[in-house]
Design a protein around this ligand. Structure first.
Ligand SMILES: Nc1ncnc2c1ncn2[C@@H]1O[C@H](COP(=O)(O)OP(=O)(O)OP(=O)(O)O)[C@@H](O)[C@H]1O
Ligand SMILES: [Mg+2]
Length: 268
């Protein structure tokens, strides 16, 4: 990494717009993600989370605005961006017929790495899949499959990883396992941008949380900053802090299609 990249944010998004025919999905999205941090993009179904992730991972082109990932412009040098990232999509990329180990070997070979066997074994161990490594992925639980999916995306050690709804459809125990994995990644210096509809997931994991609503980021801050947007509720002598869910519902009006952000109290 150059000095320049160390100072720059891992991801910088400025004025990104994207429409699908008449549907104006992204209407000027701005955000920055610090190197080594976990950034959660929160939004209702259809808010445009996957669309933004696809633009940042060079699978889609924006209509307007600029974005750099690892200091590289996504439009000018998509190949350079692809070398710096991995994407774990909303739907798992695991091959069900292959074993966990074979899935990892396949990706390591596709990436022309010198020691695919060692890489596969190290990842199986890191994701607590060693015992299951020789079983077909079709026999894995949802949480194991997700962990394998994330392990596959780490082959080649990309500095930036996109996780699009990493725990959708998982049971609470499997979600916690994936959360631990994501925390370990960030502790190791990887920058993580994840999308989620689960407010507790953002609350548990993220250093910063941005709320995407009606095409723009309507709030962006730390959990503490977002919670300060609402006054603390009090019940007799017990003070209750608003949860992120309270903040989210107040901001989007409890109605994904029709709510608007309250005026004022913008975070900087
Ligand atoms: N290729 C496409 N062609 C037309 N419309 C699209 C396309 N991709 C996405 N859309 C529309 O853009 C909007 C945003 O979709 P997107 O998948 O980004 O939402 P999301 O926030 O990821 O939702 P979810 O939480 O359901 O995953 C939706 O209305 C979707 O139908
Ligand atoms: Mg999505």
């Amino acid at each position: 990494m150059t000095i320049n990249q160390a100072l720059e944010p891992a991801i910088r998004v400025l004025g990104i717009e994207k429409s699908f025919k008449d549907l104006h999905v992204l209407r000027g999205v701005d955000l920055e993600v610090k190197v080594g941090s976990i950034f959660a993009l929160l939004g209702s179904n259809g808010a445009g989370k996957t669309t933004l992730v696809k633009i940042l991972s060079t699978l889609l082109k924006a209509d307007a605005g600029t974005a750099t990932v690892h200091g590289i412009d996504v439009a000018a040098n998509p190949g350079g961006v692809r070398e710096a990232i991995s994407l774990t999509g909303q739907f798992a990329a695991v091959d069900e017929v292959l074993t966990g180990r074979e899935n990892l070997l396949l990706i390591a070979r596709l990436r022309h790495l010198a020691n695919p066997g060692e890489i596969a074994d190290e990842l199986l161990n890191r994701f607590s899949l060693t015992e299951a490594g020789d079983r077909p992925a079709s026999k894995y639980s949802g949480g194991m499959r997700r962990r394998l999916d994330i392990a596959m995306s780490l082959i080649g050690s990309p500095p930036i990883i996109f996780l699009d709804e990493p725990t959708t459809g998982l049971d609470p125990q499997a979600r916690i396992e994936v959360w631990q994995t994501v925390k370990q990644l960030a502790d190791g210096g990887t920058t993580v941008l994840l999308t989620t509809q689960y407010l507790d997931e953002a609350e548990q994991l993220a250093d910063r949380i941005a709320i995407l609503h009606q095409g723009t980021i309507i709030q962006n801050g730390t959990l503490a900053e977002l919670k300060r947007l609402l006054p603390a509720a009090t019940v007799e002598y017990v003070e209750k802090q608003p949860s992120l869910e309270d903040v989210f519902l107040a901001l989007v009006g409890g109605d994904a299609a029709g709510g608007t952000a309250p005026a004022g109290r913008e975070l900087t």
